[in-house]
Design a protein around this ligand. Structure first.
Ligand code: GLA
Length: 727
């Protein structure tokens, strides 16, 4: 996104440089000809405290360690000079500070005294969101044809003072996205990396929370959040020395250099991805609120505008697309009050009609046997029903059984001379997006669809395979493949957004495989997980909300038994879990009973009343499902705290087990709130319609019965959604 530079002031190199946000700041020391160091990151300092920093006993640590100043630490930058020298030495040459409409940008320019290598360390503040990001711009001014090879090129490094420091990180796999792991930092190096090539949140996440005051707490304590904003492979490292003289842990993050050294040509500038930090002394949820505000304002397409309530066809019909079925689903979602219908996989293919996942990716033509009136007919039918229409594509991929592959076998990624490694369905391959012809093709898929059917309001953009076998027929330097793939993707997405700024696009990658602030600027939302089991979703959505706002997080009511887990869960619980993010449906409405349809209709109507609070409000996670209490609670409040929604999920039930009373959070202690339960399930809670002060709700809380009213096997899944309106 373009940055407007409003003011430019050049400072002389030397002394302290401070970059600030409303409540935080980072302090560097960057005297000319010295190695730049970071002195401090945390709560905003007074000028006097900043001046006294060195006397506080806090050490100073290289802001961007390279292989000449870092014998005792890892490197953020490693190089191979044309003469074989493996060291780089970065010394400050100048410092400048600019302002932009959202804050400041500090540039610490460094030069290697021996080689024509220049590195700008960039620090950018997002004033109102309390985010400070960093990245580097690496330039090589060497002699013609003599490149330098970058063998490590992190976006940045942050020293973190030693203490009882814990890291919350996320794993992930298909249908089990964003599980949370909390561990104290101990001696050694801990690395979190992803080498999928395409879906960079498929196995791990490029975001971490760092709690400075012991075991991570949701509402209390000092926490630093870090998010590497990059769509490709990454490597995050925590380094802790085992000497008692070490006063810091060091955190490094950047593009993963494995099999991915970058050859920088004379005159070329390599810009590393943005690494965003946020600090809060209001616990993990405090950092989440900052990232949500920042993401909605700067990193999400149409951030700050609520997203539509939709029905997606996938779990309702899978590949069994046909015109009558689509018409019926559109009518059903329209009758329930939904706003959008999305036709998922299975609508395309001519020579090879898409009947399952073995064929047709690449052949983006309508299967007229399934849809005789074409997509134009469906768009018109959606309009007749008063809803919008969306469609699924997977444009970065092909099947080897497709007309596209037959025409362009050289467009796929695969190691030269080796058997083709095929993915999903045993026949899927990844297109080589480093190749401009492939970029043209991928753009053309999107453009072709939008040109043929301009009524389309929403595209679900999927990517269901990793790069399994490194090799491009187009690229001269195979080490550049991963980086060029993502550069190609960004170019295509830039073109798409320039031409189609209004269409909503969902990022899907085998579910939540592309949940990262590096890719979301082109997307409105993401498919959080293919797993629609409401119990597992409580956990998946909990973790995902650490860095990503509800506006972006698609949560659909699925069928029972659930298609992934086989678990039976009552409809109320399934609805209440989906209501806490961007609500949708992922089932076949025609097999629902009338009472189930009525309940969904009522839920959609309720959701419209609370949607702005959930999607655009401030999150307060309160009781974690990971804490073993059989309970999870969270609350969203509007920024002015005049309205709030409290979600209460009982994830398991034991008879006569004490239920903890539920403290609320994030309310105004001095205001009174009237409580109304959405869908009370036929049994009003004792406090229904009553008024309590915010102080009472946060200090005393409410006692919520531990079981739902349903008899029989469903007592595990009691849930309540309470709407709070200030009076
Ligand atoms: C992936 C997505 C699903 C669905 C299928 C279609 O698995 O995550 O939501 O779109 O592809 O093949």
């Amino acid at each position: 996104m373009p940055i407007t530079v409003l003011l430019l002031s050049c400072l002389t190199a030397g002394a302290q440089e401070i970059i600030s946000t409303k409540n935080t700041c980072m302090v560097l020391d960057a005297p000319e000809k010295e190695v730049p160091v970071i002195l401090y990151y945390g709560v905003r300092l007074t000028a006097a405290d900043a001046a006294s920093l060195p006397a506080s006993g806090a050490g100073s640590f290289a802001a961007y360690p390279s292989h000449n100043d870092s014998s005792e630490s890892l490197e953020a930058l490693s190089v191979r000079m044309p003469d074989g020298n493996l060291s780089a030495d970065l010394r400050v040459s100048s410092v400048k500070k600019e302002t932009w409409e959202g804050g400041e940008v500090l540039t610490v320019s460094c030069k290697d005294p021996l080689y024509p290598l220049e590195v700008d360390l960039k620090y950018k503040s997002y004033q109102d969101q309390d985010v400070i990001s960093t990245w580097t711009e690496i330039r090589w001014n060497g002699a013609k044809k003599k490149p330098v090879v970058l063998t490590r090129f992190d976006s940045g490094c942050l020293p973190i003072r030693q203490g009882d420091v814990w890291v919350s990180s996320f794993g992930g796999s298909w249908a089990g996205e964003m599980p949370l792991f909390c561990q104290p930092l101990g001696p050694g190096v801990r690395s979190i990396s992803n080498k999928d090539g395409v879906r960079n949140s498929q196995t791990a996440h490029a975001e971490v929370m760092i709690s400075l005051d012991g075991k991570p707490q949701e509402l209390y304590g000092r926490v630093i959040g870090a998010a590497l904003c990059y769509s490709g492979n990454y490597d995050l490292r925590f380094e802790t020395g085992d000497s008692r003289y070490e006063s810091v842990h060091r955190f490094y993050a950047g593009i993963d250099p494995s099999n991915s050294n970058y050859t920088l040509m004379p005159g070329e500038c390599f810009v590393t991805p943005e690494l965003a930090f946020s600090w809060s002394s209001e616990g993990l949820s405090g950092v989440s609120r900052n990232f949500h505000r920042w993401g909605r304002r700067y990193k999400l397409a149409h951030g700050g505008e609520v997203n539509d309530i939709l029905l997606n066809s996938w779990e309702g019909v899978y590949f069994d697309i046909n015109e009558d079925g689509m018409h019926r689903m559109m009518k059903d979602i329209a009758e329930m009050g939904g706003e959008l219908f999305v036709m998922d996989d299975g609508w395309f293919g001519d020579k090879y009609p898409r009947k399952d996942d073995h064929t047709s990716l690449g052949d983006w033509v309508v299967d007229r046997n399934k849809l005789p009136s074409g997509v134009e007919g469906l768009v018109a039918e959606a309009r007749r029903n008063g809803i919008k229409f969306g469609i699924w594509i997977e444009p970065e991929m092909a099947n080897t059984k497709s007309e596209l592959y037959e025409a362009h076998p050289d467009w796929i990624i695969n190691s030269p001379g080796r058997e083709i490694v095929q993915g999903r369905g045993g026949t899927q391959v990844v297109l080589d997006l480093g190749n401009p012809e492939v970029q043209e093709h991928v753009f053309g898929v999107f453009d072709g669809i939008m040109t043929a059917w301009p009524g389309i309001a929403y595209i679900k953009w999927d990517a269901n395979m990793s790069i399994p076998s490194q090799g491009s027929k187009y690229l001269k330097n195979q080490e550049h493949l991963y980086i060029e793939y993502h550069r190609g993707l960004e170019k295509v997405l830039d073109r798409i957004r320039a031409k189609y700024p209004d269409v909503a696009i969902q990022a899907c990658a085998s579910g939540g495989g592309r949940v990262n602030w590096g890719i979301l600027p082109w997307f409105d939302e993401f498919w959080t997980s293919d797993n629609t089991d409401a119990l597992q979703r409580v956990y998946i959505q909990w973790g995902t909300s650490y860095f990503f706002p509800a506006e972006a997080m698609a949560a659909h009511i699925g069928a029972s038994p659930n298609h992934t887990t086989g678990r039976e869960i009552p409809l109320k619980f399934r609805i209440d879990v989906a209501m806490s993010e961007r609500l949708g449906l992922e089932l076949q409405p025609s097999v629902m009973s009338q009472s189930e349809r009525d309940r969904c209709k009522a839920a959609i109507s309720d959701y419209k009343k609370i949607r702005d609070i959930v999607q655009l409000g401030d999150i307060y996670r309160i009781v974690s499902p990971y804490d073993g209490k059989g309970l999870a609670t969270l609350l969203y409040a509007t920024p002015s705290k005049d309205r709030a929604v409290f979600f209460w999920y009982k994830t398991e039930y034991f008879h006569n087990l004490l239920a903890p009373s539920s403290l609320l959070a994030g309310l105004d202690p001095d205001r009174n709130y009237r409580i109304t339960e959405l869908d009370p399930d036929g049994k009003a809670l004792p406090f229904e319609g009553k008024v309590f002060s915010g102080r009472f709700l946060m200090e005393n809380g409410l006692d919520i019965p531990a079981a739902n009213s349903a008899p029989g096997p469903h007592r595990d899944f009691a849930s309540h959604v309470l709407y709070l309106q200030a009076e």
